[in-house]
Design a protein around this ligand. Structure first.
Ligand code: ZN
Length: 241
């Protein structure tokens, strides 16, 4: 099977359409969305519709849960909190219910998906270093975990007691190792590369590929400005931050 795994769309329709088109062109077998369909961007409804249309394998991100009114935003930074309340006001009842019903984890045949961290998935901790990765490796029941949340594509590898990290675009999975793969972000990359990110996992060839796709950043930025969202939400898309 070849899986398309993607996260953090954040209501960026232009980025999402580019990723969906790229994934379709690769004729992948199955898709998993690792959360945060909404928040930050302007196109809430269309991004929810496209997600529903492509897969039922969707988990909840902190923005999805908060926008549905099910997560306290006290610990969100002011920009994220503003985006959540902007989004919450614009969700219709069916959309709110859809986001509110999303599960916190997804279990595939040989992998698990969670938005932030296996350690208290409902608290959305960030895996930002080898120590946080190690805590997650210790909790993994499968050899492969896909995450999003940091908006930075990266792969952690555990072999014995050794945890290493790589930003290589292609990683060959070794039998005696476990991996945590951050799929990066479709709609708001933060690794300095403004292109949309997603991951292809081929479980026959045992390969992970981190893919990047260019999209119409200007159009997404204009929509954010016209919607009255903070200009910073538009600017950051230009630098991938
Ligand atoms: Zn996010």
């Amino acid at each position: 099977m070849r899986y398309g795994i993607f996260a953090d769309i954040h209501s960026n329709l232009e980025a999402y359409e580019a990723v969906l088109e790229a994934m379709r062109a690769e004729r992948l077998d199955s898709y998993v969305c690792a959360g945060d369909i909404v928040g930050y961007g302007a196109d809430i409804s269309r991004c929810i519709e496209l997600t529903k249309a492509i897969t039922g394998n969707v988990i909840c991100g902190n923005h999805d849960q908060a926008s549905a009114g099910r997560l306290d935003t006290r610990y969100f930074n002011p920009g994220a909190r503003g985006a959540v309340s902007w989004t919450a006001k614009r969700l219709n009842e069916a959309e709110r219910q859809y986001l509110s019903d999303l599960k916190l984890t997804y279990d595939g045949a040989d992998f698990t998906v969670v938005h932030g961290s296996l350690d208290e998935p409902d608290k959305y901790h960030y895996i930002l270093d080898v120590n946080a990765a190690l805590r997650n490796f210790q909790m993994m029941r499968k050899k492969l975990l896909f995450i999003g949340h940091t908006h930075r594509p990266i792969v952690y590898k555990r072999k014995g007691e050794d945890v290493s990290v790589t930003t290589d675009r292609e990683v060959r999975l070794e039998k005696d190792s476990s991996y945590i793969v951050n799929a990066g972000s479709v709609g708001q990359p933060r690794d300095g590369d403004p292109r949309a990110a997603y991951v292809v996992y081929d479980n026959r060839e045992n390969v992970i590929q981190i893919k990047r796709v260019s999209y119409d950043v200007k159009k997404a930025q204009e929509k954010i400005l016209v919607a009255g969202l903070p200009p910073h939400m538009a600017e950051r898309l230009g630098y991938g931050q």
